[in-house]
Write a protein that binds this ligand. Sequence first.
Ligand SMILES: C[S@@+](CC[C@H](N)C(=O)[O-])C[C@H]1O[C@@H](n2cnc3c(N)ncnc32)[C@H](O)[C@@H]1O
Length: 324
Amino acid sequence: MIDFGNFYQLIAKNERLSHWLETLPAQIAKWNKDSLHGYYPGWVKTIENLPEMTPDTLDLKTGVTAQRTQPLTAGETRRITNILRNLMPWRKGPFFLYGVEIDTEWRSDRKWERVLPHLSPLAGRTILDVGCGSGYHMWRMAGEGAELVVGVDPTQLFLCQFEAVRKLLGNDQRVHLLPLGIQELPALQAFDTVFSMGVLYHRRSPLDHLWQLKDQLVSGGELVLESIVVEGGEHQCLIPGERYAQMSNVYFIPSAKMLAVWLEKCGFVNVRIADESVTTTDEQRRTEWMINESLADFLNPEDPSLTVEGYPAPRRAVLIAEKP
Ligand SMILES: C[S@@+](CC[C@H](N)C(=O)[O-])C[C@H]1O[C@@H](n2cnc3c(N)ncnc32)[C@H](O)[C@@H]1O
């Protein structure tokens, strides 16, 4: 099983986060018990099979790249590649690990390039990344000098991908992932920056999601909200039918302007739309590490400005707001 003891020890010494220990260990113990069946135990074994590696150079500033002065042998490269391929599909990345390139479905570095210029400097900050996936952006936050980055994501495979990458990055302890949904967190009011990227449209109650994010921030803290949006004014919102771009779990897709209104309604201040752009098939595509259908298959082949269901194709906005 994956051991969260290091994280407990870390927050026990942290004035803002130590009270989390009243609830967290019991939640994780229950999660561990519930995860004994299915694929999870096999994925944990996969991680155990990875060698412990310590990079001689680690670049988290321009990507997630670990290197050793002594390159891997062809046999070592094959072995690590095969082990990591047991954790497919890899969606968020890419990762460059000692010459092994995990070419993920998403070029998550592109999102980071759109988001980063608009943030208050992350150096020294305590950060929560809600719906962090495999943790790609968390490593980039560490690369910007964050003191501690905590991610929450309930998907077992993403926890395993995260732990596999962490093991290959020398068991770095600046970044941690907990297998929980945001709704399972108490109101910690502990984080300087909270990210919610790609999560809001998956929540049945998006305003409750915004309140839950606010509950995690210190007063004066910054929220970074990224979501699929539709074009239009502050009264525009799409509530798709059974599927949107083949996803069955999409509830509300507001315009960026409506999202700004929602944030203000939830008591955020200094709300601004930092970026809006259409998702391209360069950024989200099928690769050798994610061999299922991807964005190109979700768009109308005759008119890629529409999804296969006839809705506007995905465009994404980044909003920044503060908790007063
Ligand atoms: C579209 S991905 C976004 C990943 C990453 N944040 C990014 O922007 O590339 C959405 C993520 O939210 C996670 N998720 C779904 N429900 C969640 C919840 N209730 N709380 C936290 N994360 C959730 C999923 O497991 C998935 O990893």
